[in-house]
Write a protein that binds this ligand. Sequence first.
Ligand SMILES: Nc1nc2c(c(=O)[nH]1)N[C@H]1C(S)=C(S)[C@@H](COP(=O)(O)OP(=O)(O)OC[C@H]3O[C@@H](n4cnc5c(=O)[nH]c(N)nc54)[C@H](O)[C@@H]3O)O[C@H]1N2
Ligand SMILES: Nc1nc2c(c(=O)[nH]1)N[C@H]1C(S)=C(S)[C@@H](COP(=O)(O)OP(=O)(O)OC[C@H]3O[C@@H](n4cnc5c(=O)[nH]c(N)nc54)[C@H](O)[C@@H]3O)O[C@H]1N2
Ligand code: SF4
Ligand SMILES: [Mo]
Length: 693
Amino acid sequence: MIAAMDASTGSRTVHAACPHDCPDTCALQVTVQGGEVLRVAGAADHPTTHGALCTKVARYAERSCHPERVLQPLRRVGPKGAGRFEPVGWDEALDAIAARLRTIAARDPQAILPYSYAGTMGLVQGESMAARFFHRLGASLLDRTICSTAGGAALAATYGAKVGMHVEHFAESRLILIWGSNSIGSNLHFWTFAQAAKRAGAKLVCIDPRRTETADKCHEHVALLPGTDGALALALMHELIVHDRLDHDYLARHVAGWEALRERALQWPPERAAGVCGIEAAQIRALAQDYGSLRPAAIRLNYGVQRVHGGCNTVRLIALLPCLVGAWRHRAGGMLLSSSGWFVPVRNDAALQRPDLLGARRPRTVNMVTIGDDLLRAASADFGPRIEALVVYNSNPVAVAPDGRRVRAGFARDDLFTVVLEHFLTDTADHADYVLPATTQLEHLDVHTSYGHTYALINEPAIAPLGQARPNTQIFRDLAARMGFDEACFGDDDETLARAALDPAAVDFDTLRRVGWVKLALPDAPFADGGFPTPDGRARADVPGLGLPDFVPNHESVQSAPALARRFPLAMISPPPRNFLNSTFVNVRSLRVIEGEPMLEIHADDAAPRGIADGTMVRVFNDRGSTACRARVGNRARPGVVNALGVWWRKLSPAGTNINELTSQRLTDVGGGPVFYDCLVQVEPAAAAAEPG
Ligand SMILES: Nc1nc2c(c(=O)[nH]1)N[C@H]1C(S)=C(S)[C@@H](COP(=O)(O)OP(=O)(O)OC[C@H]3O[C@@H](n4cnc5c(=O)[nH]c(N)nc54)[C@H](O)[C@@H]3O)O[C@H]1N2
Ligand SMILES: Nc1nc2c(c(=O)[nH]1)N[C@H]1C(S)=C(S)[C@@H](COP(=O)(O)OP(=O)(O)OC[C@H]3O[C@@H](n4cnc5c(=O)[nH]c(N)nc54)[C@H](O)[C@@H]3O)O[C@H]1N2
Ligand code: SF4
Ligand SMILES: [Mo]
């Protein structure tokens, strides 16, 4: 539906939504004239977007209309990874793909694996027709773990679901702990509310190993070692207990297992945690004092804390803090990691994805984090058949998955049949047998929920598909037809899918189209009087099957792996930069110019003994691999920790590799998540000869 028309210019504006994997899920207004996008702007009247977009999406048209967009199907002509292709017609490509998938499926459909994540967060262009296709086929299932499952498991354990505060209410908080979150870079619209709170006198504390641009603007910065947040949380509990800052009534009525957790927390005086975290005990005491006295106190936790071995235990500990002080009693108190659980009762995932098409079949599940190892695995009783075909959409695993050398070796297998649905020739697409051109958010219909706010949004197509691009849904419909899947559900068009995505009682589709968004009806202070979505309504310290949460050290740290640390003494984290979104936008020149080069921030105490000056090209390495970065010596990195910013496209990087060359395929304590920030490395000046010209 058209949101506005301008008769004088002949332009029209449509309601859209940002498709990216970002908690802000902005409401967009896209203005088009004569089939061309004039402007992508934030909707001024959407309460969390308030008319502002990040730099990346303000340039969405530059990305969509990029001269290097893949606009026709391509067939590989060079070796895998070389990125050499020839154009091919849609019919020829689809026929060839269907024939190959049919042959493999006849032996065992589980040898086919879909690989997708959140390139678009849309419910329609994400897992709707695609999921129907793979369910009908009986392909292997993919466990979509690459981002948030450790923290998700923690929220499910503690609160019963991925639920928390409304982002708007942070504006009224008196204390905000911004914990493992670079809000200015990756959660900009939360930051607006935090700033409003700051102007009204609130105290802001940033807990992050890196001195981020967000830390610069907070009153306090707690620069702890990566993966030590659980120890900090236990010491905060210790202080709240010994100074009796507890809300005894809230704990007694609304928390299961508190007594046992209390005993555990009493083992963690600030001095003990300070030793683990690499910070001063006095800083922990001061933080506990603030958290125990300033009301309402809110925590904005982000997924940065859970990309380490103890990811789930850490989030469980932090998620209990608001219960200790009764912060949930106020709408501006409590915690927000994710709001996605509020949408679960409203989403009709089964209707969209049709798991019933599996019938009695129960295919194996492959964890997307270990794609490197799994592509190289032979058939076995344990694993099942060797992976023979991979269909990738909404993801760029050759750049984003850990242990890149193994990932590339897997994708380079000559006997692997790989199809990639993409906008661009990414590092992954370069390894494809067929690349199929997909539409962008400007060219297709979708419906969005959010993991940072509680509005559902519509995305109306603003322009017709460019070139020969087709929506993901259409590509899977076309493939289904060629595979002979004749169930009626493969005939559903995008509007039918969009209408089926959400429960009409909660989100009326026609209102969504008219207004652009619909807010879920939820209480302001959802847990003011308990009522967590657990079986008995109480938050849980002690969880059946998991027990009590505890501090779980990193797989790789100076304390937990001293022998490894003698060779690789620096802890590396690789958090998102402001102007890329995961590996998306790295190929948009104007944004790449702002980010410059792959950068490694290092403290002077670590740089000087290695002969590294600001601007030195360095080699970062461990036993898994190496990559090249430009050193930035300064105060953004604390001693003992190096920060590599962003997941660059390998082919746009000086060494032809990126930071995931160094990360491991190990998994988190619970949830099967990745441990990108649990990674020891060494750094040395790159040999002069290796300097790019
Ligand atoms: N501009 C931009 N925005 C993004 C993204 C992007 O790539 N670019 N990515 C999007 C995605 S996929 C997600 S999942 C979300 C959230 O993605 P997150 O990765 O949670 O993003 P950040 O909010 O930047 O928070 C990570 C912060 O945690 C810090 N950190 C790393 N290890 C630790 C640790 O052990 N303890 C603590 N306390 N902090 C640690 C990092 O230094 C960083 O500042 O953001 C989304 N938004
Ligand atoms: N070292 C390190 N690695 C990381 C992280 C980190 O912090 N450090 N972060 C991790 C996290 S949190 C995440 S979520 C993952 C993200 O990993 P991915 O979900 O793979 O995200 P992107 O790299 O943005 O790749 C998304 C791709 O989808 C494509 N795409 C977008 N829309 C569409 C569409 O409509 N159709 C089709 N067919 N394609 C589309 C884009 O062009 C893009 O190439 O990376 C993880 N990897
Ligand atoms: S990436 Fe995030 S901040 Fe930027 S427009 Fe999209 S939702 Fe908004
Ligand atoms: Mo993510």
